[in-house]
Design a protein around this ligand. Structure first.
Ligand code: PLP
Length: 398
């Protein structure tokens, strides 16, 4: 089976991991900060906080944003469930704004319609690695005093108007995932990038049980709490720490962080190859009568996490048949995504399935075809031939 996406691991990655396994620190050692610094400088942000998954990153980003029960957060329905679940974790209510037809990203005009007195944040998703309209979304966020969290789990390596996604030029925080299907991998893993020191410090604490070991942050500093408070607090080797918030163990390990650094070195190469493959698809599928191709707007550079094709009207009803046939022929195609509000859990919460007609329409027509760095020329040819042949068979059978 040629999967829709997969990781690429080379000897450099393996050597890096083995090196850490032979060292003193396999978790909570020096590699975490090293990885965070490299990630922040690669994307152009001030800070990065490495976490155990993209989902964990979205969760503590929402907590750092102050999302509480009763608060509403606007996000896209065409995404992985984690983009909305993070709001539910905080007791908040995800509100879905419909997507644009061309990019399948959240539509700023639809965000405006969904803003209420309770809205506290907006979480746009850079679907398939194509950056959303960040300037428009950030103008809305500023006007209504909303925190802007980019779900950039698809978009490490993407650019918007000459700036790397992750620079946080237009947002408060940006969340990445390092799951094996994403731009780079650490096994499981993720990170939150920000330019705001206050959010950075909150995120660090929430990542690790809500605990701080930094003497200048202690709350009990001024109280006569110890027999000799001065020495305890000023001594960095003391046993003393404070749990100040209810945090989690969402740490990434040193083992994963060296893998992340070895992968980050290959990021440009990964993205360039993905772009080359999309060019091959574009040239081979150009003008076909069966489906539309994903487009890239002029002012962005997509990281091409996915290659979503969209069946034309005449073939919409055949999506299931096309999908099954492609799977039979060894293409690990997928559908991205079932609109989040259609999930049984969200249905129990009472979400209406008629609120996002564009998302519904896209969901009925979409198929993600294989796209990843290590695809061979033969595999790319096979994908192209198999897809065209399959549609022709279906056409002939009608
Ligand atoms: C992968 C993904 C996540 C979750 O990331 P994990 O690292 O798997 O927890 C969140 N949002 C989107 C859009 C994703 O694609």
């Amino acid at each position: 089976m040629i999967p829709y996406s997969r990781q690429f691991i080379d000897e450099d990655d393996i050597d890096a991991v083995v090196g850490v396994l032979r060292s003193d620190w396999i978790t909570q050692g020096p590699k975490i900060q090293e990885f965070e610094k490299k990630l922040a400088s690669c994307c152009g942000s001030n800070y990065a906080v490495a976490v155990s998954s993209g989902t964990a990153g979205l969760h503590i980003a929402c907590l750092a944003a102050g999302i509480k029960p009763g608060d509403e957060v606007i996000t896209s329905p065409i995404t992985f469930v984690a983009s909305a679940n993070c709001v539910l974790y905080c007791g908040g209510k995800p509100v879905f704004a419909d997507v644009q037809e061309d990019t399948v990203n959240i539509d700023p005009e639809k965000i405006k319609k969904q803003v209420s007195e309770r809205t506290k944040a907006v979480i746009p998703v850079h679907f398939a690695g194509h950056p959303c309209d960040l300037e428009e979304v950030s103008a809305i966020a500023r006007e209504h005093d909303l925190i802007l969290i980019e779900d950039a789990c698809h978009a490490l390596g993407a650019e918007y108007k000459g700036q790397k996604i992750g620079s946080c030029k237009h947002s408060d925080m940006t969340v990445f995932s390092f799951h094996p299907v994403k731009s780079i991998t650490t096994g499981e893993g993720g990170a939150i990038l920000t330019n705001r020191q206050d959010l950075y410090e909150k995120l660090l604490m929430l990542r690790s049980h809500g605990i701080t070991k930094e003497p200048n942050k202690f709350l009990n500093k001024d109280k006569v709490f110890f027999s000799n408070p001065e020495s305890l607090i000023l001594n960095p080797n003391s046993w003393y720490y404070e749990m100040q918030e209810l945090g989690f163990n969402y740490r990434l390990t040193d083992i994963q962080c060296v893998l992340g650094m070895a992968q980050l070195k290959k990021l440009n190469k990964f993205i360039e190859r993905r772009r080359e493959i999309t060019e091959i698809y574009k040239n081979n599928f150009k003008g076909n009568e069966f489906f539309n191709l994903p487009k890239e707007r002029d002012h962005v550079k997509s990281s091409w996490h996915l290659y979503p094709i969209k069946l034309k009207n005449d073939y919409k009803k055949e999506r299931r048949r096309v999908f099954d046939k492609l799977r039979e022929k060894g293409l690990g195609v997928h559908v991205h995504y079932i609109p989040v509000y259609r999930q049984p859990y969200y249905q129990r919460l009472g979400y209406n399935t008629t609120i996002c007609p564009k998302a519904e329409n896209f969901y009925q027509r979409e198929i993600s075809i294989p796209l990843y760095y290590s695809m061979s020329a033969g595999e790319i040819d096979y994908v192209v031939d198999t897809i065209l042949k399959t549609f022709k068979e279906i056409q002939a059978s009608e």
